[in-house]
Design a protein around this ligand. Structure first.
Ligand code: NOJ
Length: 570
C-alpha cells in the first residue's frame, strides 16, 4: 500500500441523496447483492480480462435486473496468483482492471442507478510481492518487519521441517522456507493459501492499524461496504499447535469442511475483537456501511457470532449453499438459519453460487441429489451434471431462495442460467488449487469463464476483440443476455420478475411461516400474504387457490410438477 494514498478525506464520496440512507435504514437487511467477478464480467479494453470501465458500461443491466447492490471481487494491485486474492497494494487498482479514476466512475454510475457498491477486503494474507512482505524478507529474522507476518524456525535437526503440520487450503504444506541473506536456509512463513499469500500476524497492533487505514481509504472513497475474505481465519491459536485431523486438512475442501471441527486457525474467539474494531470505524461514516463475513464455519449458530450487533452485519450462509436438493434438508437449514441469525438480531443471508464453487445450474444436476463438490469438476470427473435437470432445479432453487426473508447474494451469470464450464483444457486452468495438487483438484476456473452478453458478437459481447482469458464454450451463445432479455420463460426474465415481486411483497423484511400437510418432498411456507411451494418430489402438488404470480417453470394442468417452485397470492 502506498501510505500517501490514504489521505483522501477530501475525495467526493459519490453518495447521491437517495442512497445516503438515514442512520438506521439498514438497507442490507433485505438487500439482493450481485457479485461481480471483475475478470469475467465485461472487458472495455479488449485485452481478454474484464475491467472496471467494462463493468460501468454494463451497470444499467443490473439496475434493470432489480438488484440493490454489487459486490466486486478484488480489483486491487495484485500479481494475480490467486485471481486478485493476493493483494500487493490495497489502495490502488491493478492496471489490468483500470485506475482509481475508473473506480470512481463506476461508483458514481452505480450510485446514480441506485446500486450500492461493496468491495472485497482480504485481511488474512497479502501477496508476497506486497512491500510489507518484501520489507520483512529483507529485514531478516527478529526484525519488527518480520512480526507483521508469521515467521517461525523450522523443526527437525536443522530446521528442515515445517514448524507444524498445517496444510494449505490449495494443497501442500502451509509453510514455505525462506533463504537468509547469506544464502543459508532460514525461517519458514505461514500461508494458509498459496505460498504467494503470506498470512498476517493479527496479534500485532501494526497490522490492525494498517487495516483501519485501508477501511478508511475505501470508506472515504464512497464504498457502501466490504465483503471480508477468510473472516474466520485471521487469528491462530496460541503456540500454533499441530492439527489432529491432518487428512481432512490436506484437502482442497478444507476451508469448508473444517468449519465444524476445532481447528487452530479457524474461528478463534480472539478474531471477534477485530470486527468490533472495524464496526466502530464504519460507524464513523454516514450512510449505513456494511461488513459481510466470508466465514466457512459450522454450525450456523457459530457463523452467527460474526454478526452480533457490534460486529459485522451479514455473514454468507454457506450451510445453505452446501445443502443438497432435498426438501427435509432444506427445511432444516432454513429453520436453523433463521433461528441462528435472528437470535443475534441479524438477517439471514442466502446464496447458491459464487466464484469458489460449481455453479448451481450444474451442481444441482449431479446425480442423484448431491449438492456436488464445492470446488470444480472437469473432463475426467466421475460425475457429470445433467444440464437440463440442473437448470430446471436451479430455477426452482432460485425462486425458493428469493422468497425467503433476509438478504440474498447472486453470482454473475446465474441470472442467465449459466452452467459450469467443464470441458476446459488443463493449459488454461489458473486456479492455484489445480496446480498445487498436480491437477488432482480441477479447481474453480469453470465457474469463472467470462459471461455472454450477445449470442453473435466476438467473445459473446464480453468485449469487441474476441479475446477471453478463459475460453468460452460455443454453448454460451444460447445463454447470452440479449438472447434472453424480453423472452418469456427465459431464466433472465424469471430472475427479473422474482426480484421485482420480492421487492413489491417485501419478502426481505418478511417472516416465514411453515405450512403443514404437504408431505416430505414439498417445501411450503407463507411469507406475508404469499404462499410459496417448491415441489421436490415425483408426485404433482395441487396449486393452492389464488393467483400464481411466479412459477419457476410451466405448471402441469393446475399442478406443480417436480423441481418447480410457485408463488401464489391469496
Ligand atoms: C476465499 C475467496 O473467495 C477465494 O477465492 C480465495 O482463493 C481465498 N479466500 C483466499 O483468499
Amino acid at each position: 500500500m502506498s501510505h500517501e494514498n490514504t489521505a483522501t478525506s477530501t475525495l467526493p464520496t459519490g453518495h447521491p441523496r437517495e442512497l445516503a440512507s438515514a442512520p438506521g435504514s439498514e438497507w442490507w437487511r433485505s438487500a439482493v447483492i450481485y457479485q461481480i467477478y471483475p475478470r469475467s464480467f465485461a472487458d472495455a479494453s479488449g485485452d481478454g480480462i474484464g475491467d472496471l470501465a467494462g463493468i460501468t458500461q454494463r451497470l444499467e443491466s443490473l439496475a434493470n435486473l432489480g438488484v440493490d447492490a454489487v459486490w466486486l471481487s478484488p480489483f486491487f494491485r495484485s500479481p494475480q496468483k490467486d485471481a486478485g486474492y493476493d493483494v500487493s497494494d490495497y489502495c490502488n487498482v491493478d492496471p489490468i482492471f483500470g485506475t482509481l479514476d475508473d473506480f470512481d466512475a463506476l461508483r458514481d454510475r452505480a450510485h446514480e442507478l441506485g446500486l450500492r457498491v461493496i468491495v472485497d477486503l482480504v485481511p488474512n494474507h497479502c501477496s508476497s510481492e506486497h512491500e510489507w512482505f518484501q520489507e520483512a524478507m529483507a529485514a531478516g529474522p527478529g526484525s519488527p518487519e518480520r512480526d507483521r507476518f508469521i515467521f517461525r524456525p523450522g523443526t527437525g535437526e536443522s530446521g528442515e521441517l515445517p514448524p507444524n503440520n498445517w496444510h494449505s487450503m490449495f494443497g501442500g504444506p502451509a509453510w514455505t522456507r525462506t533463504t537468509n541473506a547469506d544464502g543459508t536456509p532460514g525461517d519458514w512463513y505461514l500461508h494458509l493459501f498459496d505460498s504467494t499469500q503470506p498470512d498476517f500476524d493479527w496479534t500485532n497492533p501494526w497490522v490492525w492499524e494498517q487495516f483501519r487505514q485501508i477501511l478508511r481509504f475505501w470508506l472515504d472513497r464512497g464504498v457502501d461496504g466490504f465483503r471480508v475474505d477468510v473472516a474466520h481465519g485471521l487469528m491462530k491459536a496460541e503456540g500454533l499447535p499441530d492439527i489432529d485431523e491432518v487428512d481432512e486438512a490436506d484437502s482442497e475442501l478444507a476451508e469448508g469442511l473444517m468449519g465444524s471441527l476445532e481447528v487452530p486457525y479457524w474461528g478463534q474467539e480472539t478474531v471477534h475483537a477485530v470486527y468490533r474494531d472495524w464496526h466502530a470505524v464504519l460507524a464513523e461514516y454516514e450512510g449505513d456501511r456494511v461488513l459481510c463475513a466470508e466465514a466457512w464455519v459450522e454450525p450456523l449458530a457459530k457463523a452467527a457470532l460474526w454478526v452480533r450487533p457490534d460486529e459485522m452485519h451479514q455473514a454468507f450462509n454457506f450451510s445453505y449453499l452446501a445443502t443438497p436438493w432435498l426438501a427435509p434438508r432444506l427445511r432444516d437449514v432454513i429453520t436453523e438459519s433463521l433461528e441462528a441469525f435472528t437470535g443475534v438480531g441479524a438477517p439471514s443471508t442466502w446464496v447458491l453460487s459464487n466464484h469458489d464453487v460449481v455453479r448451481h445450474a450444474s451442481r444441482l444436476g449431479l446425480a442423484p441429489y448431491s449438492a456436488g463438490p464445492v470446488s470444480g469438476i472437469g473432463p475426467s470427473s466421475p460425475e457429470k451434471p445433467d444440464a437440463a435437470l440442473g437448470l430446471h432445479r436451479a430455477r426452482a432453487a432460485t425462486a425458493l431462495m428469493l422468497a425467503l426473508p433476509g438478504s440474498a447474494y447472486l453470482y454473475q451469470g446465474e441470472e442467465l442460467g449459466l452452467p459450469e464450464v467443464i470441458e476446459l483444457d488443463d493449459d488454461y486452468r489458473q486456479d492455484p488449487s489445480f496446480h498445487r495438487t498436480a491437477g488432482e483438484v480441477y479447481g474453480r476456473d469453470g465457474c469463472r469463464v467470462p459471461i455472454p452478453w450477445e449470442p453473435d458478437a466476438p467473445a459473446f459481447g464480453f468485449n469487441t476483440t474476441g479475446e477471453s482469458w478463459l475460453p468460452q464454450p460455443e454453448t454460451f451463445a444460447q445463454f447470452a443476455h440479449s438472447a434472453q432479455a424480453g423472452v418469456e420463460g427465459s431464466t433472465l426474465e424469471l430472475y427479473r420478475r422474482a426480484l421485482a415481486l420480492r421487492a413489491e411483497y417485501g419478502f426481505g423484511l418478511g417472516a416465514l411461516t411453515w405450512l403443514e400437510g404437504y408431505g416430505d418432498d414439498v417445501i411450503a411456507f407463507r411469507n406475508g400474504d404469499v404462499t410459496v411451494i417448491a415441489n421436490l418430489g415425483d408426485a404433482p402438488v395441487e396449486v393452492p387457490a389464488g393467483e400464481v404470480v411466479l412459477a419457476s417453470d410451466p405448471l402441469d394442468a393446475g399442478s406443480i410438477p417436480r423441481d418447480t417452485t410457485v408463488w401464489v397470492t391469496a
